[in-house]
Design a binder for this molecule. Structure first.
Ligand SMILES: [Zn+2]
Length: 83
């Protein structure tokens, strides 16, 4: 049974290392807010026909359009790629 204990310990150490790596990664993750920019992205969707308030989470990632407009954009992109 001694072997089992050792391998269990190895696995535990592996998991610990992976968790440490993950924690470290999240600390050095690409910046969400650009320096000097309050909230980073625009406060409102840049689409003139929309102008919806931008969710803070999207602004933090620097998105300039709301979820609705983004999906429309992606739809258009798919259509364009066909030609
Ligand atoms: Zn929009």
């Amino acid at each position: 049974m001694g072997d089992t204990e050792v391998s269990m310990e190895d696995i535990a150490q592996d998991v610990e290392l992976k968790q440490w790596e993950l924690n470290n990664q999240s600390r050095t993750e690409p910046v969400k807010y650009a320096p000097g920019d309050e909230g980073y992205g625009p406060e409102f969707c840049v689409n003139d026909d929309c102008g919806s308030e931008m969710p803070a989470a999207r602004r933090a990632h620097g998105f300039r359009v709301c979820v609705g407009c983004k999906s429309i954009e992606e739809e258009r992109g798919k259509h364009l790629r066909r030609y």
